[in-house]
Structure formats: C-alpha cells, structure tokens
Design a protein around this ligand. Structure first.
Ligand code: GNR
Ligand code: NI
Length: 169
C-alpha cells in the first residue's frame, strides 16, 4: 500500500477529464487500495482518481463515522436524479475552504466494481452529495465552480492568505 499525493487547487491537472477504466486487473485493485489509504489518512469522506493525478474513472467514498463502509465506484454514471439540497462542502484539494453548494437530493448510479461487475447504487442526502462531488472531479470540475464569481474570488483569496500564513509560520 502507499499514500498518494493529493493535488491542490489551482493545479491545472484537476481540470483533466478522466477516461473510462477498461482493464480490471490486480493493478487496478492496488490503486483502489491506495486511494482508500490516502482518503482515510487525509480524513476525507471521498476521493476521486483525478485528485491523485490518475485520469481514470475511479472514485471511493466512506461516509461512515467508524470508517468501515468503503464504497468504490468505477465508470459511474448517474441514471436518475431527483430533488435538490444545499450542503456545506469541503474538498481535500481546497484545504480549509467550505461553501454551500446546491445539488440533487437523490441519485441513482450505474457503476462497476473492481472486478468489472456492473451494479446500481442509490444514494440520498450527504451520500448523494459525495457521489456528485466525486463524479465532478472525474469530469474536471470542482465545487467552487458552482459559486458566484464574487463568492468564489472571496473564498480563493482567503485560501491564498491561509497558505501564505502557513508558509511563514
Ligand atoms: O472529505 C470531504 N468532505 C466533503 C464534505 C462535504 C462535501 C463533500 C466532501 S468530499 C471531501 C473529500 C474530497 O475532496 N473529495 O473529492
Ligand atoms: Ni473534492
């Protein structure tokens, strides 16, 4: 197992659109294990391959308090969505930055597991937020893209300020 490096905004590689996974082999399983290790070490509830500079459609999620409900979705596609919710989101690629984002309340996803077996997954509430947030990363999209230009520039200035302070401490 190994810890992977998480790219941080404004790294242009976060804008890369991931390609579908076509080979379901031992190397893929090792990569999925490394993604879980990286997500847990960073105290994240989700991680997309894009964030670790691998541009294939792999995402992992664990929303449980006990950190014992790993879910991997490969080549995920939203087949149904319903309703709306506002949720305060954070992102491991934007450390310390939080903002309200409006997304679908419920999603139904078609995906494959690490063996390539197709399955459906339905999520509601925070789980649905995580699925949509991670699928956005795989499309090169990040949560601040949903904010108004004014709000976005305010938050990104704050992020810069935090970084400068951290660098000089
Ligand atoms: O750890 C994370 N927490 C989180 C909180 C609210 C909404 C979305 C997330 S996902 C984030 C991990 C991450 O950056 N995944 O891409
Ligand atoms: Ni994120």
């Amino acid at each position: 197992m190994s810890l992977l490096t998480i790219l941080e905004f404004p790294d242009p590689r976060l804008r890369t659109k991931a390609a579908p996974v076509t080979v379901f082999d031992a190397q893929l399983k090792q990569f999925v294990a490394d993604m879980f290790e990286t997500m847990y070490a960073a105290n994240g509830v989700g991680l997309a391959a894009t964030q670790v500079d691998v541009h294939q459609r792999v995402l992992v999620i664990d929303m449980s308090d006990e950190r014992n409900q790993p879910l991997v979705l490969i080549n995920a596609e939203i087949v149904e969505k319903d309703g709306a919710q506002v949720y305060q989101e954070g992102c491991l690629s934007f450390p310390g930055l939080y903002a309200d984002v409006t997304r679908a309340l419920k999603v139904k996803v078609k995906a494959q597991d690490a063996d390539g077996k197709e399955f459906f997954y339905e999520a509601e509430g925070p789980q649905a937020v995580a699925v949509q947030h991670e699928m956005d990363h795989l499309a090169g999209k990040v949560f601040v893209d949903y904010l108004s230009p004014l709000k976005r520039s305010l938050l990104l200035k704050r992020l810069e300020k935090q970084r400068k302070q951290a660098a000089s401490a």
